[in-house]
Design a protein around this ligand. Structure first.
Ligand code: C2E
Ligand code: CA
Ligand code: CA
Ligand code: CA
Length: 272
């Protein structure tokens, strides 16, 4: 039994160090990814429920790893958030997305571009100045940029976050709250911030069959408080029908299109 225990521990150590090695490799690969320009954006259409037309896109980061191929953000964003790399990655995303917005506008496609922002980015002093610099350098129209923040950004309600959001708004950009309904903040609290849009979390849309009443309640609250509602994760015809019945303004989801690489979103934009 003693032997087995010792082996168990050795096995545990071996597993742990394997994990550590993997993590160290991932972090060094991430560092290289910036130099090698391995980050790209995919774009998911945001569609008007009334007209069925594309009114904007959400930029979603992807990592083209030389050995692993396409890596999705859930596999590296949390790591970047824990080691501080998110600031550099976030700047890179802002740079690519604002450049692309300017190109689309030049091509006669003035669509809005939504960009995900991590709490760590906002809590860093100087982030606002960085955004201004990027927007000016890329000659992008701030009225067509929406920053998607999460409820955790607002927790604590510190003045710094409030100042940042107000400054961003006075530049003409708008703010959306992502994954609405799964966090903690109440609506009264949300109203203190210059938030325009609530993105109803996809769990409500995907849970419609079990709980329509709950999803309706979340949507009505959002509308009563004067926010624009966006439904996320719309996959089926039945879900789409419900979204239209609720008078939700906009939606995203596989029902219309998954996030697409630039060449494919350009094709889709040309035929809209
Ligand atoms: P999110 O901001 O909530 O983005 C929506 C996620 O839902 C995306 O996953 C998208 O591909 C997926 N999705 C869209 N339509 C559907 C649908 O109909 N059904 C289902 N099941 N899923 C759908 P993705 O691209 O893997 O991104 C995951 C998360 O990573 C994002 O969630 C966001 O929190 C984060 N993320 C992505 N890009 C960035 C970025 O540039 N910066 C930061 N800070 N976070 C990012
Ligand atoms: Ca988002
Ligand atoms: Ca979301
Ligand atoms: Ca909430």
């Amino acid at each position: 039994a003693k032997e087995a225990g010792r082996n168990g521990l050795a096995f545990y150590h071996a597993q742990l160090s394997e994990q550590v090695v993997k993590r160290v490799k991932l972090e060094s690969d991430l560092r290289l990814a910036f130099e090698r320009k391995e980050f790209v954006l995919h774009y998911q259409p945001r569609v008007s429920v009334q007209t069925g037309k594309i009114i904007g896109v959400e930029a979603l980061v992807r990592w083209y790893h030389p050995e692993r191929g396409l890596v999705f953000p859930d596999a590296f964003i949390p790591i970047c958030e824990s080691n501080g790399m998110i600031r550099q990655l976030g700047k890179e995303v802002l740079d690519i997305a604002t450049k692309q917005q300017a190109i689309w506008a030049q091509q006669g496609q003035p669509i809005s571009v939504a960009i995900n922002i991590s709490p760590q980015q906002i809590k860093h002093d100087g982030f606002f100045e960085e955004i201004v610099e990027i927007v000016m350098r890329n000659k992008c129209n701030p009225r067509l940029i929406e920053l998607e923040i999460t409820e955790s950004t607002l927790l604590g309600n510190d003045q710094q976050v409030h100042n940042f959001l107000s400054a961003v708004e006075s530049m003409g950009m708008s703010i959306a709250l992502d994954d609405f309904g799964v966090g903690y903040s109440n609506l009264i609290y949300l109203q203190r911030f210059p938030i325009k849009t609530l993105k109803i979390d996809k769990s409500f849309i995907q849970g419609l069959e079990e709980n329509k009443a709950l999803a309706s309640l979340v949507v009505s609250m959002c509308q009563l408080m004067g926010f624009t509602a966006v439904a996320e994760g719309v996959e089926t015809e039945a879900q789409m029908k419900w979204v239209a019945e609720q008078a939700i303004e906009e939606y995203q989801g596989y029902y219309f299109s998954k996030p697409l690489p630039l060449a494919e979103i350009n094709q889709l934009l040309a035929i809209r």
